[in-house]
Design a protein around this ligand. Structure first.
Ligand SMILES: NC(=O)c1ccc[n+]([C@@H]2O[C@H](COP(=O)([O-])OP(=O)(O)OC[C@H]3O[C@@H](n4cnc5c(N)ncnc54)[C@H](O)[C@@H]3O)[C@@H](O)[C@H]2O)c1
Length: 252
Protein backbone atom coordinates (compact mmCIF):
# COMPACT_ATOMS: atom_id res chain seq x y z
CA UNK A 1 0.00 0.00 0.00
CA UNK A 2 1.30 3.45 -0.93
CA UNK A 3 0.55 6.52 1.19
CA UNK A 4 1.20 8.86 -1.74
CA UNK A 5 -1.62 11.41 -2.21
CA UNK A 6 -3.61 9.89 0.64
CA UNK A 7 -5.67 12.48 2.53
CA UNK A 8 -4.69 12.15 6.19
CA UNK A 9 -5.87 13.96 9.33
CA UNK A 10 -3.96 13.84 12.61
CA UNK A 11 -5.38 15.40 15.80
CA UNK A 12 -3.15 16.56 18.65
CA UNK A 13 -0.28 16.94 16.21
CA UNK A 14 1.49 20.11 17.34
CA UNK A 15 3.75 17.90 19.46
CA UNK A 16 4.95 14.39 20.21
CA UNK A 17 3.52 11.32 18.50
CA UNK A 18 1.07 13.38 16.41
CA UNK A 19 3.83 15.59 15.08
CA UNK A 20 5.88 12.52 14.13
CA UNK A 21 2.86 11.01 12.40
CA UNK A 22 2.49 14.19 10.35
CA UNK A 23 6.20 14.16 9.36
CA UNK A 24 6.11 10.46 8.48
CA UNK A 25 2.98 10.69 6.33
CA UNK A 26 4.39 13.76 4.56
CA UNK A 27 7.63 11.90 3.84
CA UNK A 28 5.51 9.19 2.16
CA UNK A 29 3.81 11.77 -0.10
CA UNK A 30 0.48 12.10 1.74
CA UNK A 31 -1.55 15.31 2.00
CA UNK A 32 -1.71 15.88 5.73
CA UNK A 33 -4.08 18.00 7.82
CA UNK A 34 -2.32 18.61 11.09
CA UNK A 35 -4.71 19.77 13.84
CA UNK A 36 -4.30 20.74 17.46
CA UNK A 37 -5.86 22.92 20.14
CA UNK A 38 -2.54 24.80 20.36
CA UNK A 39 -0.51 25.76 17.33
CA UNK A 40 1.44 26.99 15.44
CA UNK A 41 4.20 24.84 14.06
CA UNK A 42 6.28 25.43 10.95
CA UNK A 43 4.70 24.36 7.68
CA UNK A 44 6.81 21.46 6.40
CA UNK A 45 5.69 21.41 2.76
CA UNK A 46 2.82 22.36 0.44
CA UNK A 47 1.11 19.11 1.40
CA UNK A 48 1.09 20.16 5.06
CA UNK A 49 -2.09 22.00 6.12
CA UNK A 50 -2.48 23.17 9.70
CA UNK A 51 -5.83 23.81 11.34
CA UNK A 52 -6.79 24.57 14.90
CA UNK A 53 -9.27 22.07 16.29
CA UNK A 54 -10.27 21.32 19.86
CA UNK A 55 -11.31 17.65 19.80
CA UNK A 56 -13.70 18.17 22.70
CA UNK A 57 -15.87 20.30 20.38
CA UNK A 58 -18.07 18.25 18.06
CA UNK A 59 -18.81 21.44 16.14
CA UNK A 60 -15.12 22.08 15.44
CA UNK A 61 -14.56 18.45 14.39
CA UNK A 62 -17.52 18.59 12.00
CA UNK A 63 -16.32 21.89 10.53
CA UNK A 64 -12.82 20.50 10.00
CA UNK A 65 -14.11 17.39 8.22
CA UNK A 66 -16.52 19.43 6.06
CA UNK A 67 -13.72 21.74 5.02
CA UNK A 68 -11.48 18.85 3.96
CA UNK A 69 -14.30 17.13 2.09
CA UNK A 70 -15.15 20.33 0.23
CA UNK A 71 -11.55 20.52 -0.92
CA UNK A 72 -10.73 16.85 -1.59
CA UNK A 73 -14.10 14.99 -1.61
CA UNK A 74 -12.56 12.13 0.40
CA UNK A 75 -10.55 11.28 3.50
CA UNK A 76 -8.36 8.16 3.54
CA UNK A 77 -6.86 8.04 7.04
CA UNK A 78 -7.94 9.65 10.32
CA UNK A 79 -5.55 9.52 13.30
CA UNK A 80 -7.50 10.44 16.42
CA UNK A 81 -4.49 11.05 18.60
CA UNK A 82 -4.95 14.03 20.97
CA UNK A 83 -4.50 13.20 24.63
CA UNK A 84 -3.64 14.52 28.08
CA UNK A 85 -2.21 13.00 31.24
CA UNK A 86 -3.35 14.00 34.71
CA UNK A 87 -1.97 12.04 37.64
CA UNK A 88 -4.14 11.17 40.62
CA UNK A 89 -6.55 8.79 42.32
CA UNK A 90 -10.36 8.83 42.64
CA UNK A 91 -10.03 12.24 44.31
CA UNK A 92 -9.18 13.74 40.91
CA UNK A 93 -11.48 16.73 40.41
CA UNK A 94 -14.73 16.30 38.47
CA UNK A 95 -13.47 18.84 35.95
CA UNK A 96 -10.37 16.74 35.24
CA UNK A 97 -12.41 13.52 35.06
CA UNK A 98 -14.70 15.19 32.52
CA UNK A 99 -11.76 16.55 30.53
CA UNK A 100 -10.17 13.10 30.34
CA UNK A 101 -13.49 11.60 29.33
CA UNK A 102 -14.06 14.25 26.66
CA UNK A 103 -10.60 13.89 25.15
CA UNK A 104 -10.01 10.15 25.50
CA UNK A 105 -13.48 8.92 24.63
CA UNK A 106 -15.94 11.51 23.34
CA UNK A 107 -13.52 12.97 20.79
CA UNK A 108 -13.33 9.54 19.11
CA UNK A 109 -17.13 9.29 19.25
CA UNK A 110 -17.55 12.74 17.61
CA UNK A 111 -14.98 11.89 14.93
CA UNK A 112 -16.52 8.49 14.12
CA UNK A 113 -20.04 9.93 14.08
CA UNK A 114 -18.99 12.22 11.23
CA UNK A 115 -16.34 10.18 9.45
CA UNK A 116 -17.92 6.70 9.37
CA UNK A 117 -20.86 7.71 7.12
CA UNK A 118 -18.28 9.28 4.78
CA UNK A 119 -16.06 6.15 4.86
CA UNK A 120 -19.15 4.02 4.14
CA UNK A 121 -20.00 6.20 1.15
CA UNK A 122 -16.41 5.90 -0.09
CA UNK A 123 -16.23 2.16 0.61
CA UNK A 124 -12.86 2.63 2.31
CA UNK A 125 -11.12 4.49 5.13
CA UNK A 126 -8.86 3.76 8.09
CA UNK A 127 -9.29 5.22 11.57
CA UNK A 128 -6.47 4.98 14.09
CA UNK A 129 -7.38 5.69 17.70
CA UNK A 130 -4.46 6.49 19.97
CA UNK A 131 -5.09 4.82 23.31
CA UNK A 132 -2.20 3.57 25.46
CA UNK A 133 -0.83 0.43 27.07
CA UNK A 134 -2.68 1.89 30.09
CA UNK A 135 -5.90 1.22 28.17
CA UNK A 136 -5.09 -2.50 28.14
CA UNK A 137 -3.24 -2.78 31.47
CA UNK A 138 -3.22 0.27 33.79
CA UNK A 139 -1.36 3.48 34.57
CA UNK A 140 -0.18 3.03 38.12
CA UNK A 141 -0.25 6.77 38.92
CA UNK A 142 -3.44 7.88 37.16
CA UNK A 143 -6.90 6.42 37.52
CA UNK A 144 -8.53 8.98 35.17
CA UNK A 145 -6.04 8.15 32.40
CA UNK A 146 -6.36 4.37 32.92
CA UNK A 147 -10.15 4.37 32.92
CA UNK A 148 -10.65 6.70 29.96
CA UNK A 149 -7.96 4.97 27.89
CA UNK A 150 -9.73 1.63 28.57
CA UNK A 151 -12.86 3.30 27.23
CA UNK A 152 -11.05 4.26 24.02
CA UNK A 153 -9.92 0.64 23.49
CA UNK A 154 -13.49 -0.58 24.05
CA UNK A 155 -14.80 1.99 21.59
CA UNK A 156 -12.19 1.06 18.96
CA UNK A 157 -13.04 -2.66 19.35
CA UNK A 158 -16.74 -1.99 18.82
CA UNK A 159 -16.18 0.23 15.80
CA UNK A 160 -13.81 -2.34 14.26
CA UNK A 161 -16.29 -5.18 14.76
CA UNK A 162 -19.19 -3.21 13.32
CA UNK A 163 -17.67 -1.65 10.21
CA UNK A 164 -15.57 -4.26 8.41
CA UNK A 165 -18.38 -4.98 5.92
CA UNK A 166 -18.14 -1.37 4.69
CA UNK A 167 -14.45 -1.62 3.83
CA UNK A 168 -13.49 0.35 6.95
CA UNK A 169 -10.34 -0.51 8.92
CA UNK A 170 -9.78 0.39 12.54
CA UNK A 171 -6.57 0.32 14.58
CA UNK A 172 -5.83 1.17 18.18
CA UNK A 173 -2.37 2.41 19.10
CA UNK A 174 -1.24 1.33 22.58
CA UNK A 175 2.32 2.35 23.38
CA UNK A 176 4.04 2.40 26.75
CA UNK A 177 6.42 5.31 27.43
CA UNK A 178 7.29 7.58 24.53
CA UNK A 179 9.65 10.57 24.74
CA UNK A 180 7.21 13.48 24.42
CA UNK A 181 6.01 16.42 26.54
CA UNK A 182 3.68 13.97 28.25
CA UNK A 183 6.56 12.07 29.84
CA UNK A 184 8.91 14.97 30.60
CA UNK A 185 10.06 14.62 34.22
CA UNK A 186 8.70 11.08 34.42
CA UNK A 187 11.66 9.34 32.87
CA UNK A 188 12.02 7.23 36.06
CA UNK A 189 8.37 6.24 35.88
CA UNK A 190 7.38 2.60 36.06
CA UNK A 191 6.17 2.67 32.47
CA UNK A 192 9.69 3.50 31.35
CA UNK A 193 11.11 0.20 32.68
CA UNK A 194 10.72 -1.35 29.23
CA UNK A 195 12.44 1.63 27.62
CA UNK A 196 11.17 4.83 26.12
CA UNK A 197 10.59 5.02 22.39
CA UNK A 198 11.12 8.04 20.20
CA UNK A 199 7.85 9.35 18.69
CA UNK A 200 9.27 8.75 15.19
CA UNK A 201 9.61 5.03 15.99
CA UNK A 202 5.98 4.94 17.10
CA UNK A 203 4.88 6.72 13.90
CA UNK A 204 6.67 4.11 11.80
CA UNK A 205 4.80 1.35 13.66
CA UNK A 206 1.51 3.12 12.93
CA UNK A 207 2.17 3.20 9.19
CA UNK A 208 3.16 -0.49 9.33
CA UNK A 209 -0.08 -1.22 11.19
CA UNK A 210 -2.10 0.61 8.53
CA UNK A 211 -0.33 -1.27 5.73
CA UNK A 212 -0.94 -4.61 7.45
CA UNK A 213 -4.46 -3.62 8.65
CA UNK A 214 -3.56 -4.59 12.22
CA UNK A 215 -6.11 -3.76 14.89
CA UNK A 216 -3.72 -3.63 17.85
CA UNK A 217 -0.61 -1.56 17.21
CA UNK A 218 1.92 -2.27 19.96
CA UNK A 219 5.21 -0.42 19.51
CA UNK A 220 6.36 -2.01 22.83
CA UNK A 221 5.94 -5.70 22.06
CA UNK A 222 6.09 -6.71 25.76
CA UNK A 223 2.61 -5.28 26.22
CA UNK A 224 1.14 -8.35 24.55
CA UNK A 225 2.87 -10.58 27.12
CA UNK A 226 1.49 -8.43 29.96
CA UNK A 227 -2.00 -8.68 28.45
CA UNK A 228 -1.66 -12.45 28.33
CA UNK A 229 -0.54 -12.50 31.99
CA UNK A 230 -3.52 -10.36 32.93
CA UNK A 231 -6.10 -12.55 31.22
CA UNK A 232 -4.46 -15.82 32.30
CA UNK A 233 -4.74 -14.96 35.99
CA UNK A 234 -6.38 -11.66 36.87
CA UNK A 235 -5.71 -12.17 40.61
CA UNK A 236 -2.02 -12.82 40.03
CA UNK A 237 -1.80 -9.76 37.80
CA UNK A 238 -3.56 -7.51 40.37
CA UNK A 239 -1.30 -8.81 43.15
CA UNK A 240 1.81 -8.23 40.98
CA UNK A 241 0.69 -4.66 40.31
CA UNK A 242 -0.04 -4.10 44.02
CA UNK A 243 3.50 -5.18 44.88
CA UNK A 244 4.91 -2.96 42.18
CA UNK A 245 2.95 0.06 43.47
CA UNK A 246 4.17 -0.63 47.01
CA UNK A 247 7.76 -0.87 45.78
CA UNK A 248 7.50 2.45 43.94
CA UNK A 249 5.93 4.13 47.00
CA UNK A 250 8.83 2.99 49.18
CA UNK A 251 11.43 4.11 46.67
CA UNK A 252 10.00 7.68 46.51
N1 LIG B 1 3.99 9.80 25.54
C1 LIG B 1 3.63 8.62 25.99
O1 LIG B 1 4.38 7.97 26.75
C2 LIG B 1 2.33 7.99 25.57
C3 LIG B 1 2.12 6.63 25.86
C4 LIG B 1 0.91 6.05 25.49
C5 LIG B 1 -0.05 6.79 24.82
N2 LIG B 1 0.18 8.11 24.56
C6 LIG B 1 -0.89 8.85 23.88
O2 LIG B 1 -0.39 9.41 22.68
C7 LIG B 1 -1.15 10.55 22.31
C8 LIG B 1 -0.22 11.68 22.00
O3 LIG B 1 0.48 12.07 23.18
P1 LIG B 1 1.99 12.58 23.19
O4 LIG B 1 2.76 11.66 24.03
O5 LIG B 1 2.43 12.88 21.82
O6 LIG B 1 1.79 13.90 24.07
P2 LIG B 1 2.01 15.44 23.74
O7 LIG B 1 1.61 16.15 24.96
O8 LIG B 1 3.36 15.66 23.17
O9 LIG B 1 0.94 15.70 22.56
C9 LIG B 1 -0.43 15.73 22.79
C10 LIG B 1 -1.04 16.80 21.90
O10 LIG B 1 -2.45 16.78 22.08
C11 LIG B 1 -2.90 18.12 22.07
N3 LIG B 1 -4.21 18.26 22.71
C12 LIG B 1 -4.50 18.16 24.03
N4 LIG B 1 -5.81 18.42 24.22
C13 LIG B 1 -6.35 18.66 23.00
C14 LIG B 1 -7.64 18.98 22.55
N5 LIG B 1 -8.67 19.14 23.39
N6 LIG B 1 -7.84 19.14 21.22
C15 LIG B 1 -6.82 19.02 20.35
N7 LIG B 1 -5.56 18.73 20.72
C16 LIG B 1 -5.33 18.56 22.03
C17 LIG B 1 -1.81 18.90 22.80
O11 LIG B 1 -1.87 20.30 22.50
C18 LIG B 1 -0.55 18.22 22.28
O12 LIG B 1 -0.03 18.88 21.15
C19 LIG B 1 -2.07 10.82 23.50
O13 LIG B 1 -3.37 10.32 23.22
C20 LIG B 1 -1.43 10.04 24.62
O14 LIG B 1 -2.35 9.69 25.64
C21 LIG B 1 1.34 8.73 24.91
Amino acid sequence: MSFKDKIVIVTGSANGIGKSLVKTFLSEGSIVFSTDINFIDKKISDNHIQKKCDVTSEEQINKLIELILEQYQRIDIFCSNAGILSLGDEGTSNDLWKKNWEIHLMSHVYICRRILPQFKKQGFGHIIITSSAAGLLTHIDSVSYSVTKHASVAFAEWIAISNKEFGINVSVLCPQAVKTNMTVGREEDIATIDGMLEPDEVAKEVLKGIREKTFLILPHTQVLKYMKNKTESYDKWISGMQKLKEKIKKSK
